[in-house]
Each structure stands twice: as C-alpha cells, then as structure tokens.
Ligand binder design. Structure first.
Ligand code: SF4
Length: 330
C-alpha cells in the first residue's frame, strides 16, 4: 500500500441529506429520513477511502451527494485544485457543473443494469466524450479499452455479449474516459464471482497507480476495504462513527460498531477473538434512538449513552483516528 501524501482533494463539510416523509392525499410532510446527517471528512489525493457500514447506513447516499445525483439538504463539498483554491462544487453554475463533472466519476455495483442493453459499447463510451467535446474519441476509447484489458475489437458488441467481469471493466472504462481525478466506486465487485472480484480489484489498484486516481470505495465488505483502502470511514445511521487508517482496522479500532463489523470477518489475525453478533436491525433513520444512536445494540452501553450523543473526536495523540463514543476519554 503506497504512503499517503495528505494533499487534500475533497473536503466534505457537514453534509446532510434528509428525505421528507409524506402522508395523506395532501402529501403533508410528517418527518424526515436522515439518510446522511452532518458528515464531514477530508479526502486526500491518490488515496482510497473505504466507506463501510450495513445496508441503510447512508454510504451510497453520501456518494450520490458528492456526485450531485442528489441535492444535499445542507452542507458543502469543496474541491481543492493544484493551486489550493477551494471550489464549492455543490454551488456551481450549469456550465461550471458540466465542466466539473469530468473530475468525479462513478463505477456502479451492477455492471449489467448500469449499461444500456440496446446500445453498443462504442456508443456507451463515446457519448460522454461527445458531450464534453473531447478530441479523437475513437482513439481515446480504444486506448481505454486496452487499459482495462478488453480487446478494442469488441467495440461494436452489446452488453449481453460480455461476462459479468468484462461488463464491470466496461463500467470502469466509462468512468475513466473523461480522465477523472476522483472515482466513487459503489460496491463495484459485490455482484461478481469471488475469482473475478480479485481481478477487478487488481485492475483498480493498477489504474490508480498509473493515473494517480483517488477512490472513494463504498462497500459492506470489510475484507475488500482492508485489501484496497488506505483509510476507512465507518458509517452508522447516516453518520460517521469512526475514521481510521486501514492498518489499524483489525486490531486498533475503538468504536464498538467497528469492532463488531471487523469481528464478523474470517481473517487469521482475529482467530481466537470473540465474534460479536450484532443484535437487532439498524434503527429507523426517521426516528433514531436518543443519545448514541448505536446504544440499543451496544454491549458496552452506559447510562450516559442513552442520553447524550457522543461527538466525533480525534483520539488523543492521533491526527488520523476519530471516534464518536463515550468510552473514549474526552
Ligand atoms: Fe456504545 Fe456508548 Fe460508545 Fe455508543 S457511546 S458506542 S452506546 S459505549
């Protein structure tokens, strides 16, 4: 794993995405689902930041907020350019937004449903290049197909003519076609067979090294994050509860939720350690528990946990490990 340079590329500040809950024929708003609530995190150039958590924790919604597929309820996402200018990407004009979209691209989970079955790979890949008026588009897509280890002669084939792994390579080629700086990978290997997963992860790593890409890797799979990422942000009920370097994930995590997620992974370094079975489901994000949102499922819960919400704070003596838990000294 390469060493991080800690040059900031994205600065996510207090991002909230609250979906209104409607009731009745008049569609009166009776509450909000806080899918993402007050999330702040810096992302560094060239790193892979893993975002993990159970289904419904808000990780995919956060990705869609960064991609501007959702309008945020509040908060900002700043992009820092080479001259350290901070650009508020959620408040760009229409033209600026189109221009900026090149910098952040996405790879989706299901390569089949993310490709239009009725158009050839040539059309799928050439469309964004035309929108952004890129020169020599055919030469460009030929090079990109080679970069993802696909034969450029396949250019006139349709998605159903490819295997699952090949379709995900096409998804990666599409994400690369505009030479982005950041790629949001939303569960990109979870729909693939295990043997193909390893190939696609290797490909993502080699492309990152060649092109100095920054990845935000959204997954529920701790072992994938451990393999690929430099840092991990753990989300629970729309909020980040722990941020730490991946090297500390297995033996140095401090939040009981992270501890439970890690304990469920069959890795050798955890042999002999107690497996923590999380009781119950993730609570309803429209009506989260008072105090620490995790307290109904936490085996360490204390009286204060039921009343007072812990803040995400840096661990004493560390500038890279942040935890929100009353067990940590204030
Ligand atoms: Fe558990 Fe309390 Fe820490 Fe929440 S604050 S994770 S309930 S110990």
């Amino acid at each position: 794993m390469k060493k991080l340079r800690k040059t900031k590329i994205l600065d996510i500040k207090n991002v909230c995405k609250h979906f209104p809950i409607y009731k009745g024929v008049l569609r009166k708003v009776i509450g909000y689902t806080k899918a993402v609530n007050n999330v702040s995190i810096e992302i560094y150039k060239g790193e892979t930041l893993g975002i993990v958590g159970e289904s419904g924790c808000g990780k995919t919604t956060l990705g869609k907020c960064i991609l501007q597929l959702y309008n945020v309820t509040s908060g900002n996402v700043f992009y820092e350019d080479a001259d350290k200018n901070q650009i508020d990407i959620l408040n760009l004009s229409k033209n600026e937004k189109l221009n900026f979209k090149k910098k952040i691209q996405v790879i989706f989970q299901d390569p089949y449903s993310s490709l239009n079955p009725s158009v050839t790979i040539r059309k799928t890949l050439i469309e964004p290049l035309k929108i952004h008026k890129i020169d020599n588009p055919i030469e460009k897509i030929t090079n990109i197909l080679s970069a993802v280890n696909l034969d450029p002669d396949y250019i006139n084939r349709y998605p159903h003519e490819f295997s699952g792994g090949q379709r995900q390579r096409i998804g990666i080629a599409r994400a690369l076609s505009l030479d982005p700086e950041v790629i949001i990978c939303d569960e990109p290997v979870s729909a693939l067979d295990v043997s193909i997963q390893a190939q696609v992860l290797e490909l993502l790593l080699s492309l990152q090294n060649e092109r100095d890409l920054t990845y935000i890797f959204i997954t529920h799979d701790i072992s994938v994050v451990e393999y690929l990422s430099n840092r991990v942000a753990v989300m629970y009920l729309g909020e980040i509860v722990e941020i730490l370097d991946t090297v500390n994930l297995v033996n140095g995590s401090k939040h009981p939720y992270t501890e439970a997620l890690v304990s469920a992974v069959p890795v050798t370094s955890l042999k002999g350690r107690e497996k923590i079975i999380l009781e119950g489901d993730v609570p309803d994000p429209s009506d989260p528990p008072l105090g620490c949102h995790f307290h109904p499922r936490c085996k360490y819960a204390m009286d204060i946990c039921r009343i007072e919400k812990p803040l995400l704070k840096s661990l004493s003596g560390s500038n890279s490990h942040f935890v929100s838990c009353h067990l940590q000294p204030s």
